[in-house]
Design a binder for this molecule. Structure first.
Ligand code: CAA
Length: 379
């Protein structure tokens, strides 16, 4: 067993860390407050190769391993979890899905520009009535000759506003449950495809989330991904990897909470001494550090299993549940250590608490992750 990062992974960590500290940190509080999408940051992430990290170079990706991806995700989310989710969706939901399930025609036409970061992708599975119960969707895709007509409403779509292409799931055959769901790639701007207004969120406010409205959108049969009726399994297999990315995002938020707690507790003088000399503060810091290390091991183990082509679904779920719960605890304790100052927006630490919350919800709630874990143990 080797816990040492490779030279390449260390370089990625250094690059992502410097990029996050110099390019993403300035303005992060304002972007959160005013819901400003990190356009320049995303463009620079594309230049650094962070938008298609795991995609094969044949399709303009970087061909890196999943561990490298989690390292970059952690560093970027440590500073700006909104930029983190933009990157995560494009890498592990969009590019991964296309590389593994789409035809060469689709890869040529869409994956190349998505993996290079020239274009941005979104992943649209959820609907108002189908969140955790993901197969209970109403959006339909009716086949007519060489195309489908897609109609329905999708919601909570991350990158929905700023993306160019959307991976979208719709029902091609009713009354057969998940076996009637198919996966498509749809271009923004096609007739009948409308984008909803940006949602006003608790956290990751600089990322965009919206509804999508489809009214008889004409989609060529060439844009079907995988087989008709095979879409639900594609979605679940893709989410397995996506959950590793979100776990790494949570880890970044937790690490930011620890870093801020350490530096503030050394600076803050009360009763004539820095508050870091108090055991009450030290124990909080020790607990945070211990839990973060454990979460990091789980995240990297899940990534490693994926790279080794082992069964990783339940470990990805473990990493996501655990890292997201650590992010909640660490960010809450961070605000506590900062006291009244921490409750103020400008301190920038209450944002960590707000950003942490979504990691327990999207790409499958903590409850759904526990379902996945329990099923794999009890089967
Ligand atoms: N990979 C591939 N196939 C899988 C799979 C996996 N990980 N897990 C299950 N399957 C297969 C099953 O074998 C089954 O196939 P058969 O019928 O041929 O046997 C089929 O998929 C259906 O499986 P289940 O019967 O287990 O399905 P279910 O309806 O009970 O649901 C669930 C399972 C785990 C609850 C699933 O619905 C789920 O993960 N829900 C959460 C949805 C989710 O994560 N949404 C996130 C939205 S996207 C997002 O958040 C992105 C963003 O904005 C950042």
């Amino acid at each position: 067993m080797n816990f040492q990062l490779t030279e390449e992974q260390i370089l990625i960590q250094k690059t992502a860390r410097e990029f996050a500290d110099t390019e993403l940190a300035p303005g992060v509080v304002e972007r959160d407050e005013k819901k400003i999408w990190p356009k320049e940051g995303v463009a620079k992430m594309a230049k650094l190769g962070f938008m298609g990290m795991m995609t094969d170079p044949t399709w303009n990706g970087e061909g890196m391993d999943t561990i490298s991806y989690t390292i970059a995700m952690e560093e970027i989310s440590r500073v700006d979890a909104s930029a983190g989710v933009v990157m995560s969706v494009n890498n592990s939901l969009v590019c991964y899905l296309l590389e593994n399930f789409a035809s060469n025609h689709i890869k040529e036409k869409y994956l190349k520009s998505l993996a290079s970061g020239e274009k941005l992708g979104a992943f649209s599975l959820s609907e108002p009535q189908s969140g955790s119960d993901a197969s209970n969707m109403k959006t339909t895709a009716k086949k007519e000759g060489d195309h489908y007509l897609i109609s329905g409403i999708k919601n909570w779509v991350t990158n929905g506003i700023n993306s160019d292409y959307v991976i979208l799931f719709a029902v091609t055959e009713k009354e057969v449950g998940h076996k009637g769901i198919s996966c498509f790639i749809v271009e923004k701007g096609w007739d009948g495809f409308e984008i909803g207004k940006p949602e006003n969120k608790l956290g990751i406010r600089a990322s965009d989330t919206c509804e999508l409205y489809l009214d008889n959108v004409k989609v060529s049969v060439d844009n079907l991904i995988g087989n008709e009726g095979g879409g639900f399994k594609i979605a679940l297999a893709t989410l397995d990897g996506g959950r590793i990315g979100i776990a790494a995002q949570a880890l970044g938020i937790a690490q930011a909470s620890l870093n801020a707690s350490v530096s503030y507790s050394k600076e803050r003088i009360q009763f004539g001494k820095p508050i870091s000399i108090n055991q009450a503060i030290q124990f909080k810091i020790a607990d945070m550090a211990m839990e973060i290390e454990s979460a990091r091991l789980l995240v990297r183990q899940a990534a490693w299993k994926k790279d080794q082509k082992q069964n990783y679904s339940h470990v990805a779920s473990m990493a996501k549940v655990y890292a997201s719960e650590v992010a909640i605890r660490a960010s809450t304790q961070c605000v506590q250590i900062h006291g009244g100052f921490g409750y103020m927006r400008e301190a920038g630490v209450e944002r960590l608490m707000r950003d942490a919350k979504i990691t327990q919800i999207y790409e499958g709630t903590s409850e759904i992750q526990r379902v996945v874990i329990a099923r794999s143990i009890l089967k």
